[in-house]
Write a protein that binds this ligand. Sequence first.
Ligand SMILES: *Cc1c(COP(=O)(O)O)cnc(C)c1O
Length: 462
Amino acid sequence: MRYISTRGQAPALSFEEVVLTGMASDGGLYVPETVPQLSHDDLAEMAGLSYAEIAFRVMKPFVNGEIDDETFRGIVKEAYATFSHDAVVPLNQLDANHFLLELFHGPTLAFKDVALQLLGRILDHFLQKRGERAVIMGATSGDTGSAAIEGCRHCDNLDIFILHPHNRVSEVQRRQMTTVLADNVFNVAIEGNFDDAQAMVKASFADQSFLNGTRLVAVNSINWARIMAQIVYYVASAVALGAPQRRVSFCVPSANFGNVFAGYMAYRMGLPVERFVIATNANDILHRTLAANDFSKQELKATLAPSMDIVVSSNFERLLFEAYERDGAAVAALLERFQAEPTALADAPLAKLRERFASHSVDDATILEVIREAHHRTQEILDPHTATGYRAAERERGDEAVPMITLATAHPAKFAEAVVKAGFPGVPLPPHMDDLLEREERYSVLPAELSAVQQFVVENRR
Ligand SMILES: *Cc1c(COP(=O)(O)O)cnc(C)c1O
């Protein structure tokens, strides 16, 4: 198995190289050259297996023997032992045929743990084997930095630096990052806003000379291993509901499209999926593209579902590559146009997408209404991201006989602001986190200056 770029120009890479690389040198994203197939029997045999064993079987062809089976099984087991539910990602039945797939039982209470618990361990394995060390840098507006930190805290060969805007992150979000006292974890509070922090991370990736040859690794959602890890829960949940004999549909609260693209990969591998419903908040580029063929950037809106606040949906490129019959030049041309001006997809690829995908956009007022309505009907308190999914699933349901699985991407305690605005007293943090507000914190405050940040990284990496 080799990995190729969606823009057709960068060299093909091995699994190990693709995990360590991130973006392709031609500006594209890496995808597997061929899609491994899960036969009817392969799926049938998964019934009743543990999540870790299903994960091993689904991911094995992508790893391509570059990690031996026994070691990889161990890595997978360890990654998912950090989840607080024995099922790792339990299904919760809401009504006759609508299910929530709870992806929030990991260390930071959001679905990104599923991928990052695995990615940190895979990176560490390859670095150990190569006798190398690497530095991870990332910027966060609050929600996602902690998942990267938790994924790397046990990695001997990685040092992680996460920048957040000083005093502009909620206390719970800050503490989820700053109370991790591992000596390879560095939290930096930037005296500036999120864009300042992100610009410094981007500049560091563009010119890595300050690290004198040490590898800088990105763990953002374009890393192929994150997509790979997310394929697993589509397969596991569909099998739990009767695949391969029975079809299912999925509804996915979406932003950068990594999550729903993983579902599409599961479908291409042979999972019988009726349809994917893409839910967006008011940042609705995915919905506008699908519903109205309006593939254009609009100004960022701050919403009650902040982890879905995006202007551009980076992993959508991977789906475009498939829709354009893997024509890298056509994808490159489309995305160049998109960067410059509002554009549209060609008719054939759009028609192809519409065969399998539906979409719906949910604004803030509706998010609050859905949290109340879902509680009234099911007794569940949904987090605001999952609420977009709940509404989109109902509106774009399709065949009622096909089970609908809505992905619950975060625990409601993590986004208490929306829950309180919806009229609830709030949701307690789960027991393993209930002393979060008393734990010791560690972070450094730095000015929003690239040289200061880079000097800090160089002085502190091990
Ligand atoms: C990241 C995130 C999303 C969006 O996922 P994508 O893979 O970027 O589409 C949705 N909900 C929550 C809670 C998230 O953290």
